[in-house]
Design a protein around this ligand. Structure first.
Ligand code: CP
Ligand code: NVA
Length: 314
């Protein structure tokens, strides 16, 4: 299990594995630098001579391109690999792959299925490992989401954040991790068949998070932020049942009317128009999804610099 696999004792730098495993002040610093890097995107090049490896066991558009551009704008190099092309867990242990890659590259991002693979890689690698999405969580996405919400609304402290849709979604779990750190109220509307993992809710509540789960859609009343994601994630196989049970949880114009007038809509993308969100919402004035996608680039730069201990001192 993840918590029983320690990081390599030889670790140079810091892993970015999940938001609930990183000190709040570190996350605040990453976000502060992400905002600053957005204002001056080509000014800071601490990655000269350094290489980032991106490993994908699932498809990606945003994560792949934004990490590639981020590393290059920081002055570094990138090698992008698909899990199927390399020997990841194919006889060689994943920890051994981490040991070997650490002799070539300076930081590794992995997008995979079960999160234990990420922790195995981190246990063998002596360079930092970044979680580029697992079945369980998507912390890089939520750093960009938090950055976007801060741009539009200022601090999230005391704000009403509402999730509508799949309660087991990996992006939502990273939002649950963020709730006690950024001190917002998180209300989750989802069908009883697709609720968040109890242990994630309990862990967040123990840290003081104000998180509630309900099947009722009235949670959107007075929302500052409305979030959703696809109904069928890359690791889900029960598509028909999901569509049927999640249809009442579509984010549409009627639902957005219940939120505050200044409320924003966010979605990690890719969106399935006409399913979890309607065109009028994603293309409407309250939608922040394109800024959210752009902010992956700026957030990833700050995450890479944090992992390698080269964040600017200012
Ligand atoms: N939001 C997100 O992670 O997108 P990709 O799957 O395209 O990387
Ligand atoms: N929940 C989605 C996120 C995609 C970025 C999935 O895992 O497929």
């Amino acid at each position: 299990m993840p918590t029983t696999i320690p990081p390599s004792a030889l670790k140079q730098g810091r892993d970015f594995l999940d938001l609930d495993r990183i000190e709040p002040q570190e996350l605040f610093a990453i976000l502060r630098h992400a905002h600053a890097m957005k204002k001056n995107p080509l000014a800071f090049r601490p990655m000269e001579g350094k290489t980032l490896a991106l490993i994908f066991e699932k498809p990606s558009t945003r994560t792949r391109v934004s990490f590639e551009v981020a590393m290059r704008q920081l002055g570094g190099q990138v090698t992008t690999l698909s899990g199927a092309e390399i020997q990841l867990g194919r006889g060689e242990t994943i920890a051994d792959t981490g040991r070997v890659l650490s002799r070539y590259v300076d930081v590794i991002m992995l997008r995979t299925f079960a999160e234990h693979k990420l922790y195995e890689l981190a246990s063998g690698a002596s360079v930092p490992i970044i979680n580029g999405l697992t079945d369980h969580s998507h912390p890089c996405q939520v750093m960009a989401d938090l950055m976007t919400a801060e741009e539009r609304l200022g601090s999230l402290k005391g704000k009403n954040v509402v999730w509508v849709g799949d309660g087991g979604d990996n992006v939502l779990i990273s939002w649950i991790h963020a709730a006690p750190i950024f001190d917002f109220t998180l209300r989750i509307a989802c069908p009883p068949a697709f609720v968040p993992p109890t242990e994630a809710l309990i862990a967040a509540q123990k840290k003081g998070a104000k998180v509630t789960v309900t099947p009722d859609m009235d949670v959107t009343d007075g929302a500052d932020v409305v979030l959703t994601d696809c109904w069928v994630s890359m690791h889900n196989s029960d598509a028909a049942a999901r569509h049927e049970m999640l249809m009442p949880y579509q984010v549409n114009a009627d639902l957005m009317k219940r939120a505050k007038p200044h409320a924003i809509f966010m979605h990690c993308l890719p969106a399935h128009r006409g399913e979890e969100v309607t065109d009028d919402v994603i293309d409407g004035a309250q939608s922040a999804v394109w800024d959210e996608a752009e902010n992956r680039l700026h957030a990833h730069k700050a995450i890479l610099c944090w992992c390698l201990n080269v964040l600017p001192t200012a």
